[in-house]
Design a protein around this ligand. Structure first.
Ligand code: NDP
Length: 296
């Protein structure tokens, strides 16, 4: 069987495109690595998505998932290992099976950027990339959050309710996060914001027990049992076996129809080369990509 559209990625962008293609009667299959919702599902408070003053990312994206299912989208849970172009369609390979589709929408998002230290040693043993997933393990413990964007401040706010003390470590004295978030964090009693600060080493035998930091050129040791890394995301298109035009950072270049350099491949959401990445813009991209597949 050849599907009309295969959507790779079940975050807000992918789910939005599924809603559009499925409602238009296109037989749509969506591949999701783990759980639907993408990065947005890990956000515990989204306050800038129209119609909701405040909603958790999990609830918001789950509503999108339910809607896509109701519209008739087929979902496959598993990693897409390879995307290839055949003569008349595309082949999508997962660990278990292969699938074929006439058109592709890539909505595979991004993966967390790493610090470039020995993070692997402490994965699940003190290092985390998701506060709402792992925060509960650090009840009444001292933790640090690395980064100065909205994600980092969201982590700080969330962790301040669980941990005894939260350090925010930002490499410069400028924050990318919305100023309201920064001001809110500054008022939290158990939060210390350290600027011009970078982690030099992660220390511990089996689990993380401390970090060495360089703050304003001075090295210090901080006794922390958890480090939450929130320093942005990078594209991960290892599955791609098609030549697509990418920008210098590895993001997919699309036109106003979300069409890539291959006329039957569209892309949407965070994997696209663009400057404003929010849930609402991912949904808009997804709607456009879906509509383009319909022929709109
Ligand atoms: P951002 O790209 O906004 O911020 C990344 C942060 O990490 C910056 O402070 C950056 O520092 C720092 N950084 C990057 N590389 C390193 C490194 N190697 N070592 C130390 N620090 C580093 O990423 P976010 O994930 O915070 O946000 C991404 C997008 O998602 C944004 O548009 C944001 O607004 C949005 N978002 C919205 C939320 C919501 O509305 N609920 C929640 C979370 C995110 P520098 O500034 O020096 O480069």
């Amino acid at each position: 069987m050849i599907f009309d559209v295969a959507v790779i990625g079940g975050g807000p962008a992918g789910l939005s495109s599924c809603i559009f293609t499925s409602r238009a009667g296109l037989n749509t299959i969506c591949f999701e690595r783990l759980a639907v919702g993408g990065q947005a599902s890990l956000s515990y408070d989204i306050a800038n998505y129209p119609a909701f003053n405040s909603i958790s990312g999990f609830e918001l994206t789950n509503k999108m998932f339910e809607q896509a299912k109701q519209c008739g989208t087929n979902f496959i849970f598993g990693n897409v290992l390879k995307l290839e172009k055949l003569k008349t369609c595309f082949k999508i390979t997962t660990k278990k099976e292969t699938y074929q589709a006439k058109k592709i929408i890539i909505a595979s998002g991004t993966i967390p950027r790493k610090l470039g230290l020995n993070e692997e040693k402490f994965l699940g043993k003190g290092i985390s990339y998701c506060a709402s997933c792992d925060g509960a393990f650090f009840k009444n413990k001292i933790v640090a959050v690395v980064g100065g964007g909205d994600s980092a401040f969201e982590y700080v706010e969330y962790l301040s309710k669980i941990a005894s003390k939260v350090y925010l470590l930002n490499r410069s004295d400028k924050f990318r996060a919305h100023s309201s978030r920064v001001e809110k964090a500054k008022k939290l009693k158990n939060v210390s914001i350290l600027t011009n600060t970078q982690i030099k080493s992660l220390n511990g035998e089996k689990t993380l027990s401390s970090i060495d930091i360089v703050e304003n050129k001075k090295t210090k040791n901080l006794q922390v049992e958890g480090v939450f890394v929130a320093i942005g995301h990078i594209p991960d298109l290892n599955f791609l076996n098609i030549e697509l035009k990418l920008d210098k950072n590895g993001y997919i270049i699309v036109d106003k129809y979300m069409q890539t350099s291959d006329k039957d491949v569209y892309a949407c959401g965070d994997i696209v080369s663009k400057h404003f990445k929010q849930v609402i813009t991912a949904c808009a991209d997804g709607a456009i990509a879906g509509n383009s597949c319909i022929g709109g």
